[in-house]
Design a protein around this ligand. Structure first.
Ligand code: CTP
Length: 400
């Protein structure tokens, strides 16, 4: 599966370094060409001998590494690689890369790299949650570094929480996915709604909500990359539409309703990430409303529930809803699945830090009609988008 691919594995000094023997072994079984660079601290946890035996290549540790082969220098390696995976990526290494520091072989190789770099952070939960570390990680993400989110659970240090290096098979899957992107949505049409609708009050004012559209745009991007034709029905946002999607701009809930209904028959799936206003001002004034002495009472009337209508008219389509809640998350999500005839719902508690409106990450639980739940750790909205698509393509109804 990975024949002809050159993978550089950077190992830092963390207890999870032992898992990298298994990663290298699995990559070799998939026929990748693997080179390992270790920091000196990493050699305290696992020996270079183990990794050179498994990778069938010399392991590089120090800057002034000499193999006798003049072609395998770190700069050349950094340029020949199809991908560089740093795992475990310690807080120290992430901090150094984020600051542009190159004071050991691994950080120097990364700074010289033209290949994409994946980072799999692993550390104590308090280090992971430290805002300085989180800022460094965000900075690298902005520069295009791929971040593999850590698992949550019991950590070697005795604490519990996020910080665990994903199991070797997950790291290998991430590499395979990155090097040979899935095209499992080819031939399918996926409609995504995004953003918060605006309900006019007069020519200068409107009612809206805090949605920025980031989650919906991430889903549209992920589905497009996986080969789908994507129709993105978008309420106003400040985001650039992802390349290759058909964008249908709308403003109000009613306009979104008409746009979605028009395209519904040709869709294989509808993912409703938009925050649709449940109510609109009954009368939108033609002229600007002038202030008066008394209080102003605005009468609101119900907007159509788009997802409910889609549920009524559902035929072959997969329907995925979102439930943004501030309390009783799974209970409310369960009710919405039944009421709107959904295949599953993506529930998030928008009051949690790292979840909800405006953030680049999300923390969601996928809830199925039979009550089954798939809780996901905090991860980038693009990663959440891929996980949602994975759940969708695993549905028996999708496969029919
Ligand atoms: N939704 C919709 N049309 C509406 C309101 C919501 O299509 N008028 C969709 C949203 O896009 C989302 C799902 O329904 O996928 C859940 O939205 P939410 O506002 O959380 O649920 P509501 O059904 O409006 O329930 P409530 O406001 O009571 O929480």
């Amino acid at each position: 599966m990975l024949r002809g691919k050159v993978i550089v594995i950077g190992i830092c000094g963390g207890i999870a370094a032992y898992k990298m023997a298994e990663v290298v072994s699995r990559l070799k079984k998939l026929e990748a060409e693997v080179y390992v660079i270790m920091t000196p601290a990493a050699t305290e946890f696992i020996t270079p001998m183990t990794l050179s035996t498994l990778s069938q290549n010399a392991v590089a540790v120090d800057m002034f590494w000499q193999t006798g082969d003049p072609h395998i220098q770190h700069i050349e390696l950094a340029q020949r690689a199809d991908v560089i995976l740093i795992a475990p990526a310690t807080a120290n290494m992430v901090g150094k890369i984020a600051a542009g520091i190159a004071d050991d072989l691994l950080s120097t190789t990364v700074l010289a790299a033209t290949a994409p770099v994946m980072l799999a952070p692993s550390m104590n939960v308090h280090m992971y949650e430290n805002p300085i570390f989180q800022e460094n990680l965000k900075r690298l993400h902005r520069f295009g570094y791929q971040i593999v989110s850590p698992g949550a659970g019991f950590l070697a240090c005795g604490d519990t929480g996020p910080g665990r290096l994903p199991e070797p098979e997950i790291l290998v899957q991430e590499l395979v996915r990155f090097l040979s992107p899935l095209q499992d949505l080819t031939g399918k049409t996926v409609l995504v709604t995004a953003g918060g609708t605006q309900e006019p009050l007069d020519p200068v004012r409107y009612l809206t909500n805090r949605s920025t559209g980031k989650m919906g745009y991430a889903i549209a991007e992920a589905a497009q990359k996986r080969g789908a034709r994507v129709i993105l029905v978008s309420a106003p946002t400040t985001l650039e539409p992802p390349a290759g999607v058909d964008i249908v701009p709308v403003t109000t809930a009613q306009a979104m309703y008409h746009a979605v209904m028009e395209h519904y028959p040709q869709c294989d799936a509808v993912i409703k990430a938009a925050a649709v206003a449940d109510y609109r001002p009954r009368l939108a004034a033609n002229q600007k409303i002038k202030k008066e002495e008394n209080n102003l009472v605005i009468e609101l009337e119900r907007n159509p529930d788009i997802l409910f209508e889609l549920g009524l008219q559902k035929n072959h389509q997969i329907l995925v809803g979102f439930a943004a809640e501030t309390q009783n998350l799974t209970e409310y999500a369960g009710e919405k699945i039944k009421k709107k005839n959904l295949d599953f719902i993506v529930a998030n508690d928008v009051t949690r830090e790292g979840a909800g409106f405006g953030t680049d990450t999300n923390i969601v639980t996928i809830v199925y009609p039979d009550g089954r739940m798939v809780p996901l750790a905090q991860m980038s909205k693009l990663e959440v988008a891929d996980r949602i698509l994975n759940e969708m393509t695993a549905l028996p109804r999708w496969k029919k």
